[in-house]
Design a protein around this ligand. Structure first.
Ligand code: CLF
Ligand code: SF4
Length: 509
C-alpha cells in the first residue's frame, strides 16, 4: 500500500543535498567509512558545532531546550507528558512550561553560564508546530538576542508542510521529524488518533495522513536547504522490520541523518505501551536495526533528552536554571565566552586529529582483530570520568580502521554518596558484557575485582587521554598480549543478532 502511495520516494535517486552517504561525519570524524564523501563547506559549517548532528561535536558543545510548546496534535502510544517532573529523563517531561519571554530569560541565563551552548531547541513537551505561535515567537526572540546560536525544532511532522516557509524565515537551520512508519498498517499500532484542522482521524486513515504530511514536509525542508534529521522510535514487534524502509524513503527525500532510538516504556511512565507491557529493544536489537538501516548513516549518540534539558548531551543542568532562580531581568549575553570556547574546540580538534593519526599507526599490525571498549567520559572528548560516577558509558568498536562509536549505554550510577551500590555494579557489568575493557579516569578496588571476574578489564592508564587514542592504544596492547599468549581472545556474546527479516531489509537497502 505504502509503495503505491509513495512512488516518488521509491523511485527517486537520493536528493542532491542528501548527505546520508557521508553519515554525520563533520570533517574531524573518526570513522573512515564516514569520511568517504566529505561534507560540503556549507553543510560542515552547519553541523560542526551541533551536538546532535555531529557525533564529534557532542563532546564539546551543549544544547538547551525551552519548553514553550505544550500542545500536541497527535497521540503516540509511547507518550505521557509530565509537566512538573524533575526525576525522569525522557522526551515529553519538563519541570515547568515557559512563555516565549520566560524562555528568553532562561536562554540568556544559560548562555552566560554555559559557554559550550551552541543550540537552542524547541522539542515540546508537546509538538513544536502544534504551538506554532509560541515556537516562532521564541525563535525570533532568541535569534535577535543570540545570533551566533543555532535554532533547532523537533516535530511529529503533521503540521510541517504549511510551516516550512515560516521555519526558513525564522532562520531555523535544523529540524527533526519523528517518522516511525511509512505504512499505515504499522502506524495504526503506534498512533490512536491525529487531529488536523479541527477534525480527528483514527486508525489507518490517521496514519496515512500523518505519513503523507511528514514526507511532504521532509522533501520541502530539503528543497529549502534546511537540514532535516529523522527520529524513529524502535518498537520491537511493531516497526523493527519496517525501519529500513523508512530509512530508504526519508533518505531519498533528502533527510540528512536518521536517529533510530529505543522505545522507553517503563510502566511507571504511564504510557499506553508501558501499561500494556510493550517492551523496548535491547541494546543488541537496537544495534541490529541501526545496522540494517545503513550503519554509518545513523546517529548513535542520542540521549533521548527531556524537553527542558540543558547542557552537554547526557548531562542535565536544567534545575540550575529554574525560573525561580533567575533574575527578573535577562542576563547580559556572553558571546565572547562562546567565541573563546569555539577557539578552544578548534585547538582540541587539531590535537585530536594528530592523536588519531598516531594511534592508527599503532594499530596497523592488529590484522582483523576487532574489540569493543567502554569509556567513561564527561565531555571534551577525553577519558575523564570516574567509573563510579558514570551514568552512561560510550561503547567503541576498535579495529585497524579506527575507533567507531557503536552506542551509549545508560546505567545506574555505582557510587552514590561515597558508597558502592552492588545492584548498580551488576547492571553495569550486564550493560558492558560485549566489551573487553572499560576505560575510566579512576576505578575503585571493588568494581575492579567484579569487572575482572566478568572478563572486562578495568583500565585507568588512559586517564585524560583522547578517547579515540585511548581506545586504539588499548587495542594495540590487547593484540600484543594475544600474540604473547597472555590473553586468549574469547568471543563475546554476538552483539548484533540480525534476524532473517532484518537481513533481507539490509540487503534491499
Ligand atoms: Fe534538541 Fe533534537 Fe535539536 Fe538536538 S535533541 S531538538 S536535534 S538540539 Fe539530540 Fe536530544 Fe537525541 Fe533529540 S540528543 S533527543 S536527537
Ligand atoms: Fe507525545 Fe510527541 Fe507523540 Fe505528541 S508527537 S504524542 S508530544 S511523543
Amino acid at each position: 500500500m505504502t509503495k503505491d502511495r509513495l512512488p516518488l520516494a521509491a523511485e527517486l535517486p537520493p536528493a542532491a543535498n542528501c548527505r546520508f552517504g557521508a553519515g554525520c561525519a563533520d570533517g574531524d570524524g573518526i570513522q573512515p567509512h564516514e569520511t568517504e564523501r566529505p561534507l560540503s563547506p556549507e553543510i560542515a559549517a552547519k553541523v560542526q558545532d551541533h551536538p546532535c548532528y555531529s557525533e564529534q561535536a557532542h563532546h564539546h558543545f551543549a544544547r538547551m531546550h525551552v519548553a514553550v510548546a505544550p500542545a500536541c496534535n497527535i497521540q503516540c502510544h509511547y507518550c505521557n507528558r509530565k509537566f512538573d517532573c524533575a526525576a525522569e529523563s525522557r522526551p515529553g517531561v519538563v519541570s515547568e512550561r515557559l512563555t516565549p519571554e520566560q524562555a528568553l530569560r532562561k536562554v540568556m541565563a544559560v548562555a552566560q553560564a554555559v559557554p559550550e551552548l551552541s543550540v537552542v531547541g524547541i522539542a515540546g513537551p508537546g509538538d513544536a508546530l502544534a504551538s506554532a505561535e509560541a515556537t516562532f515567537r521564541t525563535c525570533a526572540l532568541v535569534a535577535q538576542a543570540l545570533p551566533d546560536v543555532k535554532l533547532c525544532l523537533s516535530t511529529n511532522g503533521l503540521a510541517l508542510p504549511e510551516h516550512v516557509d515560516a521555519i526558513v524565515a525564522a532562520g531555523v537551520q535544523h529540524v527533526t521529524v519523528t517518522v516511525n512508519m511509512i505504512d499505515p498498517e504499522v502506524g495504526e499500532r503506534i498512533y490512536p488518533w491525529i487531529s488536523l484542522r479541527g477534525k480527528r482521524y483514527r486508525g489507518r486513515e490517521a496514519s496515512r495522513i500523518l505519513s503523507e504530511r511528514q514526507l511532504e514536509g521532509i522533501a520541502r525542508l530539503a528543497e529549502k536547504g534546511v537540514l532535516c534529521k529523522v527520529n524513529s522510535v524502535l518498537i520491537p514487534g511493531v516497526n523493527d522490520g519496517h525501519l529500513p524502509e523508512v530509512n530508504r524513503t526519508v533518505r531519498a527525500l533528502g533527510a540528512f541523518l536518521h536517529n533510530v532510538m529505543p522505545l522507553l516504556s517503563a510502566p511507571e511512565y504511564g504510557t499506553h505501551y508501558g501499561l500494556c507491557g510493550q517492551r523496548g529493544p535491547t541494546a543488541a536489537e537496537l544495534e541490529a536495526v541501526q545496522e540494517a538501516c545503513g550503519g554509518a548513516r545513523i546517529m548513535r549518540h542520542c540521549r533521548q533528552c527531556r524537553a527542558d534539558a540543558v547542557g552537554l548531551l547526557g548531562e542535565d543542568r536544567g534545575p540550575e536554571f529554574a525560573l525561580a532562580r533567575l533574575s527578573v531581568r535577562p542576563a547580559a549575553d556572553a558571546a565572547q565566552g562562546r567565541a573563546a570556547h569555539r577557539t578552544v574546540v578548534d585547538r582540541r580538534r587539531e590535537q585530536l586529529a594528530e592523536a588519531r593519526a598516531r594511534a592508527l599507526r599503532g594499530v596497523a599490525g592488529v590484522g582483523a582483530l576487532r574489540i569493543r571498549v567502554a569509556v567513561a567520559t564527561k565531555g571534551e572528548g577525553q577519558v575523564n570520568e570516574h567509573f563510579g560516577h558514570a551514568r552512561e558509558f560510550q561503547v567503541y568498536e576498535a579495529s585497524a580502521e579506527g575507533a567507531r562509536l557503536v552506542g551509549v549505554r545508560r546505567v545506574a550510577q555505582y557510587c552514590v554518596g561515597g558508597e558502592g551500590e552492588e545492584d548498580a555494579l551488576e547492571s553495569v557489568v550486564r550493560a558492558l558484557s560485549d566489551c573487553v575493557a572499560v576505560l575510566a579516569s579512576r576505578i575503585g578496588r571493588c568494581p575492579q575485582e567484579r569487572l575482572r571476574e566478568a572478563g572486562i578489564e578495568p583500565v585507568q592508564e588512559h586517564a585524560f587521554a583522547w578517547i579515540e587514542e585511548a581506545v586504539l592504544a588499548h587495542l594495540a596492547i590487547y593484540a600484543e598480549r594475544i600474540a604473547g599468549g597472555e590473553v586468549v581472545h574469547a568471543p563475546r556474546p554476538e552483539p548484533v543478532p540480525v534476524t532473517p527479516e532484518l537481513r533481507e531489509a539490509r540487503e534491499a537497502s
